[in-house]
Design a protein around this ligand. Structure first.
Ligand SMILES: Nc1ncnc2c1ncn2[C@@H]1O[C@H](COP(=O)(O)OP(=O)(O)OP(=O)(O)O)[C@@H](O)[C@H]1O
Length: 474
């Protein structure tokens, strides 16, 4: 029996829930209206069927991600708190786990309906293999393969960096059993539409909200697929500003291949970039490379994405063994990276699936102009646009033309007003007469900055009026 008070509070809750839903839908609509292109362009196969092509033979890999609607948070046992919309505080309780919601609802009400809807009436479990089941099967298979690959990597004992990297390689993936409840304090992240697994990682890191640079970069990099020149003071969270869009894209792509697998079976395998280097992050010093590695490893801990440092001070042989684990992300210094690349290290030269090239602390990278290796590395990258097509063909002859995102980050970005104007006009940055990479301008361009670049400048000068400028390099 319910009292009048009970009834009115349950009606208030329902109204509240609707309010949350509306607010969330509005936000999704806003994000969806941003310029967006699929990571996996839709193509047609020989039979004229439409399907998504991931890598092999696709025309462009143009950034952009799964729409949130394609990701089912329930698949990841994740409950995201709704955006709080009311002042009363009622809406700030966060979502209960579905199990809990069901219990507390006495078998009635919306929460239960939600469960029934999401479970699809339980038909899947009885009938023949549904696409959903196939997708799950594929995910489990890939999980096992990743673990197997990783255990093949010998333990590298005497370098602390190598040891910690090897530990990371054990990929503590989520077992998918435990249901997680994300408190409402984290709602700023869910508004950014982080992948559910990434959301869990952030929650485990205890980062309640994104820093300014993280927030500003995520939207332009993850949803608009733009290259980014980012500047913010030391300690402002730049590592995740470029790290999160990388992880998001890798997770989204994995998801898409899983879905494709459900439709196409083993054939989907050829659209997967699994086993290739996906992100190359270069830092000016060994210490910074190790720091960035640690940070990204923490964020990627349960994602099945591996991060390996390649720096001087570790034996090349050991680093080669680490690279045999085929990590998705490598963080290194120009010297050691180039040493291994020029020796033909497979994982570092097969760059046709490289989706991110990051220069961290770019200002320090160009200081003194002694980074010849950096220039050599940049020259080895497959082209990101037509002007470099010829070069790409000679470097990686069978590399499909893939768009790659380039991120250039720095604590002090001395972008001259001239350069900013040039970006707006679309004219090219001036190179030094020797052709050396001697300024961020030249570096950015040589690194393959694409047509559309977002400059996220939060340095002191801009702090009075933080701004995001979107400019163009042709
Ligand atoms: N959203 C966040 N909330 C709270 N702490 C964060 C957040 N993002 C990063 N941090 C923490 O802030 C510290 C600085 O982050 P990070 O190293 O990325 O900054 P940075 O701008 O790259 O600094 P530096 O210029 O020194 O490399 C790290 O300890 C990191 O764990």
């Amino acid at each position: 029996m319910s009292s009048g008070v009970g009834e009115s509070s349950s009606m208030a809750k329902k109204r509240n829930k609707k309010g949350h839903k509306r607010k969330r839908e509005e936000e999704l609509e806003r994000l969806d209206s941003l310029p967006w292109s699929s990571t996996i362009p839709i193509g047609e196969n020989d039979e004229g069927e439409t399907f998504s092509t991931l890598f092999a033979g696709s025309d462009e890999l143009d950034g952009g991600f799964l729409s949130l609607e394609e990701i089912d948070e329930a698949d990841y046992n994740l409950d995201l708190a709704d955006v709080p919309v009311d002042e009363s505080g009622e809406g700030k309780k966060g979502l209960k786990s579905k199990k809990k919601a069901q219990e507390s609802n006495d078998g009635e009400g919306e929460a239960v309906e939600e469960i029934i809807e999401e479970e699809g009436g339980g038909e899947e479990s009885k009938g023949e293999e549904t696409p959903k089941k196939k997708e799950k099967k594929y995910k489990n298979k890939k999980k096992k393969e990743r673990k197997k690959r990783v255990t093949e990597v010998e333990t590298v004992q005497d370098s602390p960096a190598a040891v910690s990297c090897d530990e990371e390689n054990k990929t503590e993936e989520l077992d998918g059993e435990e249901e997680e409840e994300i408190p409402p304090e984290y709602s700023a992240w869910s508004l950014m539409r982080l992948h559910p697994l990434l959301m869990k990682s952030i929650y485990h890191l205890g980062f309640k909200e994104p820093t300014k640079i993280q927030k500003a970069c995520f939207t332009v990099a993850a949803f608009q697929g733009k290259d980014v020149i980012g500047a913010a003071e030391t300690g402002s969270g730049k590592t995740l500003a470029f790290g999160l869009p990388i992880l998001q894209r890798l997770l989204d792509e994995r998801e898409k291949v899983g879905k494709l697998f459900a439709l196409k079976g083993e054939e989907a395998q050829k659209y997967s970039a699994d086993g290739y280097l996906r992100a190359l992050i270069i830092t000016p010093t060994r210490e910074l490379a190790l720091q960035v590695t640690e940070h990204l490893k923490n964020a990627a801990k349960n994602l099945g994405v591996r991060v390996v440092p390649i720096v001087g001070g570790m034996s090349s042989a050991k680093q080669e063994r680490l690279l045999k684990g085929k990590p998705e992300i490598v963080v290194g210094t120009p010297g050691r990276l180039w040493e291994l690349m020029s020796a033909g290290e497979k994982h570092l030269v097969e760059l046709q699936c490289l989706s991110f090239f990051v220069l961290d602390e770019a200002d320090r990278m160009v200081e003194g102009g002694h980074f010849r290796e950096l220039q050599s590395i940049i020259d080895l990258l497959p082209a990101t646009d037509k002007t470099n097509e010829g070069k790409m063909e000679t470097v990686v002859s069978d590399a499909p033309k893939k768009k790659r995102q380039t991120f250039v980050f720095s604590a002090t970005i001395a972008l001259s007003s001239d350069f900013r104007k040039k970006l707006k006009r679309g004219s090219k940055a001036k190179q030094s007469s020797s052709g050396e990479v001697n300024s961020i301008e030249v570096l950015s361009e040589r690194a393959g900055m694409r047509d559309s670049v977002a400059i996220v400048d939060l340095t002191t000068a801009a702090i009075l009026a933080p701004k995001i400028e979107e400019s163009f390099i042709r």
